[in-house]
Write a protein that binds this ligand. Structure first.
Ligand SMILES: Cc1cc2nc3c(=O)[nH]c(=O)nc-3n(C[C@H](O)[C@H](O)[C@H](O)COP(=O)(O)OP(=O)(O)OC[C@H]3O[C@@H](n4cnc5c(N)ncnc54)[C@H](O)[C@@H]3O)c2cc1C
Ligand code: FES
Ligand code: FES
Length: 1368
C-alpha cells in the first residue's frame, strides 16, 4: 500500500472508531472521551461501582488489583482469559475486552461464588484487602484449567492441579493470614487434592470421610461464569483512535500503518510519544508525565506472532511473556532435537519466574528488552536470550537492521521513535551457530537466578544462563565452546563473561581449571559502584559457574569426606535448586491444626467464620477509600522532606493544582499537632524546620488523587541548612549529644536480683557482646487513608482507617480549635494495621480535616505506597550491648543489658518500649537481671508500635544470649534453654501478679508436648545425617519458648436490641482483620442466650457489630496490645448482663402465661412494655489481674543453600496457649499470620534508609514480605485449649502479637545450619576445632546467610580437593 493510502486509511479509521467499548462484569461501557493515561484501576474505582479492585502498590507487585481480562478471537472463535494488574493496564488498551472482577463472580445479592464461600469457610480472609485479588487470580487459573484437554475431573472439582492452584496466587501478597488457609482454598478445587491436606474449615469436622467432605464444600460449577458477553462480539471494532484534549491513543493495524505514523511524528521533535504494549514498565519506571501520543503496538500482526523459521523461532516484540513460555514449551514438545527442546524448556522455566502471572500475561518480550537496553533494567530475558545467541530486528525510520542481542544491548539507548520488531531465538543443535558437529559432543544449557522469592515476583540479585558444548575424552570433558551470560547484578545490561569463556574453551575440565575459572568469574562479574551486596553478587556468579561445571569434572573416586558422590550430574548435593524447583506435588505440604472447640460457652469457643468474610471476598466490603467521593471532593498527597534537618524556605509546585495546605493554614487557636497521646506531639507539618527525612511538610490538594500525587512528587522543596547543627542520625551521635526522650517514672524498670553478685557466682563471663536490629515496615495492604467532610455548624466528619478513632478525634479538634463534639471520626474496617494505623493514621486524618476546613470542601487521601513507606516510621531500630555471667552447665547467673532505642524525631509510643521489652526479656531465669535503656531522639522518622513492639526484639535478645552461652560452652543450646527455664517461684519473682496461679504456667507442658508432637529427637538425628551427607545444603533445627506479657485496658460497649429482635453492637475496638467483631458477636449471642427463650441458640445470626463512631461511643481507646478483642467482649458481656436481667423477668412472666416464648415475641413484648433494650458499659479490668503472660513454643527446621544463601523453611511446629479460645479459627489465623509476619522480620524484610535517613526500600520491588513460596512448607499449629485461666475473659487469652516472637525459631534454626556450613568451611581451610562464634543479623537475608557460609566457600572447597589430590 502506498504511503498516502495508508494515511487515508488511518484518517478514516480515526473517524470511524472513536469510542472505547468494553464490558465490566457483564455491563457494557462505551466511552468516546478517555484520558489515555488513565489506568483500568483508576477507571473502575472512580467511575464504576466495582470497588473490589484494590490499590495495594500501583506497581504490579501485590496482586490486589488483579482482574480477569477476556478477549474474543474472532478467527478462532475462542475466548482468551487471563489476569492482568489493573493498576498498570491502560484503560484504552481494554477496547473490546471483558473485565471480570470478584464482584462479577458472585455477591451477596445474587449468591456468592464457591471461591468466595471457600475463602470464608477456610478462614482465609482476615482484613480482606488482599482477598478480591486472590479470588480473581484463582478464578483465572480455574478458567484456564477447564480449557485444557485433561480428563474430566470428578463433579465439584476443577481440572486444575493442586500445585497450579497454589501457584495461582504466588504473585499476590497477603499480610494477615500467613497464606496457609489461602493455599487450602486454592487446593480445594484441584482434582488431585488429598482432602486430608486441607486444613481447618467450617465445612466439615475432623475425621470425616473424603466423600462427605466433598459434599460439604460449596459446589464448584466450572460453567457458572461466562466471562465474555455476546454483545461485545458485535459491538467491538478493533482499531481505536481516541482523542482527549491534547493527547491521543492510536492502534495501528499493520506495520505500514505504524511506520507511517512513526515517520509522520518524527518531525515533531517535542511531541512526547509512547509506544505501548502491556504498560507494565511503569511499574518500575514510574511516570509522572503524560504523553501526547500513545501508540498501541499490540494489533500489528508482524509484531505479535511467533514463527518457526528454519533454524530459529521468531518472536514478535509484542508477544507476551506468557505466550512465549507457552510457545517454547509447545515447541520443545514437537521438535525431535533433544538439545533444542531442552534449551527451550529451560528458557521457559526461567521465564516463569519473572514477576507474577498477571504481569507475564501483559508484559511483552520486546518491552522487556527495550527497558533493558534503554534504561538498564535488570532483565532476565536479556540474560537468558544472550546465552543462546539470540538476535533482534530493529526498525528506525524505514530502515530495518538485524543485530545480535549482544550488539543491541551495547548500542546507545534506543530512541522513542525506533522500534524493536522481533527477537530470533536460534534452535540450537550442536551443529549450528558455532557449535561443532562432532557426533560425541554434548550441549549443556542451564539458567540460574538468585532472588528472595524462589517462584519469582522479585528481581534477581544475579541471573545467569550458560551454554556449553563439551566432548568427552579420556582425560575428561573438553569444552569446545561456552557462552556465559550474566545480568541483573548491577551492570548496565546483561553481559557475557568473555574472558572466562576464552579461558575455558579448548580445555579439559578439571578441578584446577574450575578453581581458576571460579576466581576469574568472581573478578569479572563485578557490580557497578552503588549496587547493594556487591561481593555477594560476585560470589553468586562463582556459585552458578561451579554448579554448572562441576558435574562435568571427573573427580575420580569422589567420595570426599564420606559424602555422597558429587560428580553425578543433577546430584542434589551440588544443586542450588531447592524444593520448589524439584517438581514437588504441592508448594505447601499437609499442615496440621490441632484445636479443640469448647462448647461450654456456645457459640463462644466455636470456630465461627469471620464476620464479613464472604463480602470481603466478593469485594463488597467497604474500606475508607471505597466510600464514594462526595460532590466537589478534593484529594490530597503529602509533600515530605528528604532532608533530615533543615529549614524549609519554601515549596515550589511544578503542577497546577487546587492548592497546598501547610502549618500556616492551621486556624488561629489551633495547634500544629499530629500524632500524640500523652507525650509531646509530633507536628502535623514541619514548622519551618524539618526534623527528619519523611516528615510531612505540606499537603498538595488537587481535583484527583493522581494529580495530587504528581504535584507532591514533583514539588521542589527549598531547604536551608546554614547555621544548623548536623543532624543526629546514629546512636553514637545521640549519645554524644545526650539526645534522649525521658522514660516516664511510672514505668517500673527495677532490676531483679543483684547483678554484681550474680557475676561473682559465674564460672564464665561474656562482656559487651552486641546485637543490632533494623526497622520493619507494616506493609498493611491498605495504605493510610482518610476522607474528611465538612458538616454544618463547624463540624467535621472524618472517615479514617485508624486503630484509635478516639485520639484521632482529639487531635483533629485541637488542630482546628473546635470542641471534640464537633468532630465525628468513623471507622468501619481497616485493611490491616499492625500498629501502623494507630499514631500514624492521626496525621493523615488531621491533614484531610485541615484541608477540608481550609477549602470548605470534602478532602480525601489514599497515600501511595512509596509515600507510605517513606513516612511510616515502622519498628524501632536498636543496638544492644550485653554482659552475661554463667556456670559451666549453662545456668546463667546474671545478665545486664544496655539498650539503645532509636525513637526518631518524636516520642510517639517509644517511652513505653522499655516496659514491653522487659516483659519479654524476663522469659528466662537470668538469676540477676539489670538493664539500662536510652530512648534516642534522632533525626529519623518517628518509630511507632508495630505488632509486638519491643517484645519481638527482646525475646530474640534473650535467645541470642542463650545461643552465645551455648556456643562458648560448646553444649547443646536446647539444654541451656531448659537449664534457665523459670520455676513458678522464679516466674513470680520476675513477673509478680502477671504470673497468675501455678496451673496457669503452661510453658513446661507446652515445651514437653512440642518435643513429642514435633518428633524433635528423631529429627535432630535426621538433620545430623543430612548435614553429614550434603556439602552444599545444610539443615538446622531449633526449638524455643516465648513468654509475652499483655495487659488489659478499659473499653466501652453498647448492645441494643431492635424491634425485630435483631441486635446491634458497638465496641471501642476496631476490626483490623483480627476477628474482633466475630468474637464480639459470639460473646453477645452467648450472653443473651442466658435468657433461655426459644430461638436463643440462633442469636449469632441476629447480631451485627457496627462501625466505630466517636460521637456514638466515647472513650473507645486503642486497638492494640492483643487484648482489645477480649476487653471488647467483656464490655459486651456487661451490657448483655443488664439486658438479660431486664428481659428474664419479662420472659418468666410471659412463660407463666403462655408457655415457651420465642425471642422475637419476647422482644416485641419488651417494646410494648417499654423495657429499655439498650445497655452501655465501660469495662475496667481489675488491677491485680489486668496483666498476664502468654506462653508458646515453636520448632523450626530450615535448609540453607550454601551456594546462594537461600533459606527454605521446611517445617514449623507451634504450640500456643490460647486459654479457652473464644474462637479457635480466629486465633489460629492470628497465630499463623503473626508467625509469618515474624518470618518477614527475621528473614526477609530490609527496611533500608540512605545516609540521610530517607527510606530507600520504598516499594514492592525493594521490600519483600513473605509470600506463599517463602513460608514454612509444613506448618503445624496446636492451640492448647485449656481453662485454667479463671481471671481471664471466659478463660481466654490473647493471640494477636505473641506468636510473632516464635518466628525467632526460624532464625535460630538458620543459625544452626550456618554453623554446620562454617564448620565444614573450617575443615576445608584445614583449621582445627569449630567455628561457632558468629552473629547472624536480623533479617537473615540471602546475602547475610551466604556471607556467613563463606562468600568464597567454593574456592576453599576446590582448594581442599586440589590439595587432597596432591595437585597443590
Ligand atoms: C512487578 C514486576 C516484576 C517484574 N519482574 C521482572 C523480572 O524479575 N525479570 C524481568 O526480566 N523482568 C521483570 N519485569 C519487567 C517486565 O518483564 C517488563 O515490564 C515487561 O516485559 C515490559 O513489557 P510491556 O509490554 O509491559 O512494556 P511497556 O511497559 O508497554 O513498554 C516498556 C518500554 O518499552 C517501550 N517499548 C515497548 N515495546 C517496544 C518495541 N517493540 N519497540 C520499541 N519500544 C518498545 C515502551 O515505549 C516503553 O518505554 C517485571 C515487571 C513488573 C511490573
Ligand atoms: S496494586 Fe496492582 S499489583 Fe499492587
Ligand atoms: S487478609 Fe490478606 S492482607 Fe489482610
Amino acid at each position: 500500500m502506498a504511503m498516502d493510502d495508508t494515511h487515508a486509511t488511518i484518517t478514516e479509521a480515526m473517524e470511524e472508531n472513536q469510542r472505547l467499548v468494553f464490558a465490566a462484569n457483564g455491563e457494557r461501557f462505551e466511552l468516546s472521551s478517555v484520558d489515555p493515561s488513565i489506568t483500568l484501576l483508576q477507571f473502575l474505582r472512580s467511575h464504576t461501582r466495582f470497588k473490589s479492585v484494590k490499590l495495594g502498590c500501583g506497581e504490579g507487585g501485590c496482586g490486589a488489583c488483579n482482574v480477569l481480562l477476556s478477549k474474543f478471537d474472532s478467527k478462532l472463535e475462542q475466548v482468551e482469559d487471563y489476569t492482568v494488574s489493573s493498576c498498570l493496564t491502560l484503560l484504552c488498551s481494554v477496547n473490546g475486552c471483558s473485565i471480570t472482577t470478584t464482584e462479577g463472580l458472585g455477591n451477596s445479592k445474587d449468591g456468592f461464588h464457591s471461591i468466595h464461600q471457600r475463602f470464608a469457610g477456610f478462614h482465609a480472609s482476615q482484613c480482606g484487602f488482599c482477598t478480591p485479588g486472590m479470588c480473581v487470580s484463582l478464578f483465572s487459573s480455574l478458567v484456564n484449567a477447564e480449557k485444557t484437554a485433561r480428563p474430566e475431573p470428578p463433579l465439584g472439582f476443577s481440572k486444575i492441579t493442586a500445585l497450579e492452584a497454589e501457584k495461582s496466587i504466588s504473585g499476590n501478597l497477603c499480610r494477615c493470614t500467613g497464606f496457609r488457609p489461602i493455599a487450602d482454598v486454592c487446593k480445594s478445587f484441584a482434582s488431585d487434592v488429598d482432602m486430608e491436606d486441607l486444613g481447618l474449615n467450617s465445612f466439615w469436622k475432623k475425621g470425616e470421610p473424603a466423600d462427605s467432605k466433598l459434599q460439604k464444600l460449596p459446589f464448584y460449577d466450572p460453567k457458572q461464569i461466562c466471562t465474555y458477553p455476546e454483545f461485545l462480539k458485535k459491538d467491538y471494532k478493533s482499531p481505536l483512535h481516541l482523542k482527549y484534549h491534547t493527547s491521543s491513543w492510536h492502534t495501528p493495524l499493520s506495520i505500514e500503518e505504524l511506520k507511517s505514523m512513526l515517520i509522520s511524528i518524527s518531525a515533531e521533535k517535542y511531541m512526547r510519544v509512547k509506544l505501548v504494549v502491556g504498560n507494565t514498565g511503569v511499574g518500575y519506571y514510574k511516570e509522572v508525565e503524560d504523553y501526547d501520543k500513545y501508540i498501541d503496538l499490540r494489533f500489528v500482526p508482524e509484531l505479535s506472532t511467533i514463527k518457526r523459521t528454519g533454524s530459529q523461532i521468531e518472536v514478535g516484540a509484542t508477544v507476551s511473556i506468557s505466550k512465549l513460555i507457552f510457545a517454547l514449551k509447545v515447541q520443545s514438545n514437537v521438535d525431535s532435537c533433544p538439545d533444542g527442546d531442552m534449551v527451550f524448556h529451560k528458557i521457559a522455566s526461567h521465564l516463569e519466574k519473572i514477576a507474577s502471572k498477571s504481569v507475564q500475561n501483559a508484559a511483552s518480550v520486546g518491552g522487556n528488552l527495550v527497558m533493558a537496553q534503554r534504561l538498564g533494567f535488570p532483565s532476565d530475558i536479556a540474560t537468558v536470550l544472550l546465552a543462546v545467541k539470540s538476535k533482534v530486528t530493529i526498525m528506525t525510520g524505514l530502515e530495518k537492521e538485524v543485530l545480535t542481542l549482544e550488539d543491541f544491548l551495547a548500542q546507545p539507548a534506543l530512541d522513542s521513535r525506533s522500534l524493536l520488531l522481533n527477537v530470533h531465538i536460534p534452535f540450537l543443535k550442536s551443529t549450528k551457530d558455532g557449535f561443532s558437529d562432532e557426533s560425541d559432543t554434548k550441549l549443556i544449557f542451564e539458567t540460574y537466578r538468585a532472588s528472595p522469592r524462589p517462584l519469582g515476583n522479585a528481581l534477581a540479585y544475579l541471573n545467569a544462563a550458560f551454554l556449553a558444548e563439551v566432548s568427552p575424552r579420556e582425560s575428561g570433558n573438553v569444552i569446545n565452546n561456552i557462552r556465559l551470560a550474566f545480568g541483573a547484578f548491577g551492570t548496565k545490561h546483561a553481559t557475557r563473561a568473555s574472558k572466562v569463556e576464552n579461558y575455558l574453551v579448548g580445555k579439559t575440565l578439571s578441578v584446577g581449571l574450575l578453581y581458576e575459572a571460579v576466581k576469574l568469574i568472581r573478578a569479572t562479574v563485578q557490580p557497578q559502584d552503588g549496587t547493594s551486596h556487591p561481593a555477594y553478587r560476585s560470589s553468586l556468579a562463582a556459585s552458578f559457574l561451579f554448579e554448572f561445571l562441576l558435574p562435568l569434572v571427573h573427580l575420580g573416586t569422589s567420595k570426599i569426606d564420606g559424602c555422597i558422590d558429587i560428580s553425578t550430574t543433577n546430584s542434589p548435593e551440588i544443586s542450588s535448586r531447592m524444593t520448589f524447583d524439584n517438581g514437588e506435588r504441592t508448594l505447601l505440604s499437609s499442615s496440621k491444626q490441632m484445636l479443640e472447640s469448647s462448647h461450654e460457652h456456645y457459640p463462644v469457643g466455636e470456630p465461627v467464620i469471620k464476620s464479613g468474610a464472604a463480602i470481603q471476598a466478593s469485594g463488597e466490603a467497604v474500606f475508607v477509600d471505597d466510600i464514594p467521593s462526595p460532590m466537589n471532593c478534593l484529594h490530597g498527597a503529602f509533600i515530605y522532606s528528604t532532608n533530615p534537618l533543615a529549614r524549609v524556605n519554601g515549596v515550589e509546585l511544578k503542577k497546577d493544582i487546587h492548592g497546598v495546605v501547610s502549618f500556616r493554614d492551621i486556624p488561629k487557636g489551633g495547634e500544629n499537632i499530629g500524632p500524640t497521646i500523652i507525650f509531646d506531639p509530633e507536628p502535623l507539618f514541619a514548622n519551618e524546620l524539618t526534623e527528619c527525612a519523611g516528615q510531612r511538610i505540606a499537603f498538595a490538594v488537587a481535583d484527583t488523587q493522581k494529580n495530587a500525587d504528581i504535584a507532591a512528587d514533583t514539588a521542589v522543596v527549598d531547604y536551608d541548612t546554614r547555621d544548623l547543627e548536623p543532624p543526629i542520625l546514629t546512636f553514637e551521635q545521640a549519645i554524644e549529644k545526650s539526645s534522649f526522650f525521658e522514660i516516664p517514672p511510672f514505668i517500673d524498670l527495677s532490676p531483679i536480683g543483684d547483678f554484681s553478685k550474680g557475676m561473682a557466682e559465674a564460672d564464665h563471663q561474656i562482656h559487651s557482646a552486641e546485637i543490632k536490629f533494623g526497622s520493619q515496615y507494616y506493609f498493611y495492604m491498605e495504605t493510610q487513608t482518610a476522607l474528611a467532610v465538612p458538616d454544618e455548624d463547624n463540624c467535621m466528619v472524618v472517615y479514617s482507617s485508624t486503630q484509635i478513632p478516639e485520639f484521632t478525634q482529639s487531635v483533629i479538634a485541637r488542630c482546628l480549635d473546635i470542641p471534640e463534639h464537633n468532630v465525628r471520626v468513623i471507622t468501619r474496617r481497616v485493611g490491616g494495621g499492625f500498629g501502623g494505623k494507630a499514631f500514624k493514621a492521626m496525621s493523615v486524618a488531621t491533614a484531610c480535616a485541615l484541608a477540608a476546613y481550609k477549602y470548605g470542601r470534602p478532602v480525601r487521601t489514599y497515600v501511595n505506597r512509596k509515600a507510605d513507606m517513606i513516612m511510616a516510621g515502622g519498628r524501632h531500630p536498636m543496638k544492644i550491648n550485653y554482659t552475661v555471667g554463667f556456670k559451666s552447665d549453662g545456668k546463667i547467673t546474671a545478665l545486664h543489658l544496655d539498650i539503645l532505642i532509636n525513637a526518631g524525631m518524636s516520642p510517639d509510643i517509644s517511652p513505653f518500649l522499655p516496659m514491653n521489652m522487659v516483659g519479654a526479656l524476663k522469659k528466662y531465669n537470668w538469676g540477676a537481671l539489670s538493664f539500662n535503656f536510652k530512648i534516642c531522639k534522632t533525626n529519623h522518622s518517628s518509630k511507632s508500635a508495630m505488632r509486638a513492639p519491643g517484645e519481638v526484639q527482646a525475646s530474640f535478645i534473650a535467645e541470642a544470649v542463650i545461643e552465645h552461652v551455648a556456643s562458648v560452652l560448646s553444649i547443646d543450646v536446647g539444654s541451656v534453654r531448659e537449664t534457665n527455664f523459670h520455676t513458678f517461684d522464679s516466674l513470680r519473682l520476675f513477673y509478680g501478679d502477671a504470673a497468675g496461679d501455678p496451673l496457669e504456667y503452661t510453658l513446661p507442658t507446652i515445651w514437653n508436648n512440642l518435643m513429642t508432637s514435633s518428633n524433635f529427637n528423631d529429627r535432630v538425628e535426621m538433620v545430623k545425617k543430612f548435614n553429614q551427607c550434603n556439602k552444599w545444603r545444610k539443615k538446622g533445627l531449633s526449638r524455643l519458648p516465648i513468654l509475652h506479657e499483655v495487659s488489659l485496658r478499659s473499653t466501652p460497649g453498647k448492645v441494643s436490641i431492635l424491634r425485630d429482635g435483631s441486635i446491634v453492637v458497638e465496641v471501642g475496638g476496631i476490626e483490623l482483620g483480627q476477628g474482633l467483631w466475630t468474637k464480639v458477636k459470639q460473646m453477645t449471642a452467648y450472653c443473651l442466650r442466658a435468657i433461655q427463650c426459644d430461638g436463643a441458640d440462633a442469636l449469632l445470626d441476629k447480631v451485627r457489630v457496627i462501625q466505630a463512631d466517636t460521637l456514638s461511643m466515647v472513650q473507645g481507646g486503642f486497638t492494640s496490645g492483643s487484648t482489645t478483642s477480649e476487653s471488647s467482649c467483656e464490655a459486651v458481656k456487661l451490657c448483655c448482663n443488664v439486658l438479660v436481667e431486664r428481659l428474664v423477668a419479662l420472659k418468666e412472666r410471659l412463660e407463666a402465661q403462655m408457655g415457651l416464648v420465642t425471642w422475637d415475641f419476647l422482644i416485641q413484648q419488651a417494646n410494648m412494655q417499654s423495657v429499655n433494650l439498650s445497655a452501655s458499659s465501660f469495662f475496667v479490668p481489675e488491677f491485680t489481674s489486668m496483666r498476664y503472660i502468654n506462653y508458646g513454643a515453636a520448632v523450626s527446621e530450615v535448609e540453607v543453600n550454601l551456594l546462594t544463601g537461600e533459606t527454605k523453611i521446611l517445617q514449623a511446629d507451634i504450640i500456643y496457649d490460647c486459654g479457652q479460645s473464644l474462637n479457635p479459627a480466629v486465633d489460629l489465623g492470628q497465630i499463623e499470620g503473626a508467625f509469618v509476619q515474624g518470618i518477614g522480620f527475621f528473614m526477609l524484610e530490609e527496611y533500608l534508609t540512605n545516609s540521610d535517613g530517607l527510606v530507600i526500600a520504598d516499594s514492592t520491588w525493594t521490600y519483600k514480605i513473605p509470600t506463599i513460596d517463602t513460608i514454612p512448607k509444613q506448618l503445624n499449629v496446636q492451640i492448647l485449649n485449656n481453662a485454667h485461666h479463671k481471671k481471664r475473659v471466659l478463660s481466654s487469652k490473647a493471640s494477636g502479637e505473641p506468636p510473632l516472637l516464635l518466628a525467632a525459631s526460624v532464625h535460630c534454626a538458620t543459625r544452626a545450619a550456618i554453623k554446620e556450613a562454617r564448620n565444614q568451611l573450617h575443615s576445608w581451610k584445614k583449621l582445627d576445632g569449630y567455628d561457632s562464634m558468629f552473629q547472624l543479623d536480623v533479617p537473615a537475608t540471602m546475602p547475610v546467610v551466604k556471607t556467613l557460609c563463606g562468600l568464597e566457600n567454593i574456592d576453599f572447597y576446590l582448594q581442599s580437593l586440589l590439595s587432597s589430590s596432591g595437585k597443590r
